[in-house]
Ligand binder design. Structure first.
Ligand code: SF4
Length: 271
């Protein structure tokens, strides 16, 4: 089991989070009756993971992000004017029995906020799925849309924040509001041995959440870097990777070889 059991002292604080996450989607205005389409996690319909993802896609906790994701979906980018944008929180994608969890920052406005699948529809996703395919985690090197047949094995792709934020910058309040979703996901991911954080935002947020779950965090708090590693107990390791953003890949800050080394290491650590 990769996740620490909680102490009694943490129970009160966590109960509040569980109650927040546990609100049925039907309580949330505007999403009554919606069910996710195909292409979320490879989970059986009705499984706890499937149910969690369904609830996530109905979340409207952050007014600024709700307004932004829906505005982008209405106005669209000219190149995608014929697409029906997703415009909702983006569920995780991949294998619910994964030993490797990938944490990104947040969906891109015209990427995952358009396609409804994590890291799908933009250049960052092209990099990520190509690398996962080379490492043997993805059934194909491209992720085009929710019905393209792509399947991940032993990897689940998630994000610290589920809604596209303006300028890719969630506020601390929005970051904290979204934390219970990742926390609830971790409750269900019993086999995870490695968490790969894509970028410093995901790194810090993952450490924050794992610390709140009782994992021993080194002092001072480990700094993010490409290839940085933190052992969080005997059976869980956090690995840092530069985010495959265009800013990083166009400038050569992140090369394909550098990215491949992260996935090789993740596989090694997963055992
Ligand atoms: S960012 Fe997270 S908490 Fe905020 S509305 Fe989206 S899913 Fe809900």
């Amino acid at each position: 089991m990769g996740w620490k059991r909680r102490t009694v002292c943490e129970a009160g604080d966590r109960l509040i989070r569980v109650l927040m996450v546990g609100l049925p989607a039907a309580w949330t205005p505007g999403i009554r009756g919606r069910r996710p389409g195909p292409g979320f996690v490879n989970a059986h319909s009705g499984s706890p993971m499937d149910e969690l993802q369904r609830r996530i896609t109905g979340c409207r906790r952050c007014p600024r992000l709700v307004a932004w994701r829906e505005r982008v979906a209405r106005e669209k980018r000219a190149a995608f004017r014929d697409d029906e944008y997703w415009g909702r929180p983006v569920p995780s994608f991949g294998d619910p029995r994964a030993r490797v969890l990938v944490v990104g920052l947040a969906p891109a406005a015209h990427g995952a906020n358009r396609t409804g699948r994590m890291f799908t529809g933009d250049r960052s996703g092209d990099w990520l799925y190509r690398a996962l395919h080379r490492a043997g985690f993805a059934s194909r090197p491209t992720s085009e849309h929710r019905g393209d047949g792509l399947r991940l094995t032993d990897v689940l792709v998630t994000a610290a924040v589920r809604c596209a934020p303006p300028a890719n910058k969630p506020t601390p309040t929005e970051r904290d509001a979204c934390a219970p979703w990742l926390d609830a996901e971790l409750d269900l991911l019993e086999r995870v041995r490695v968490v790969v954080a894509l970028g410093s935002f995901a790194w810090s947020q993952t450490l924050r959440i794992l610390g709140s779950r009782g994992h021993p965090l080194p002092t001072p708090r480990p700094r993010f870097g490409h290839g940085a590693e933190v052992a969080l107990g005997s059976d869980l390791t956090l690995v840092g990777s530069y985010h495959p953003s265009q800013q990083n890949t166009f400038t050569g800050r992140l090369t394909e070889e550098m990215f491949d080394s992260v996935w090789r290491r993740a596989r090694e650590l997963a055992g």
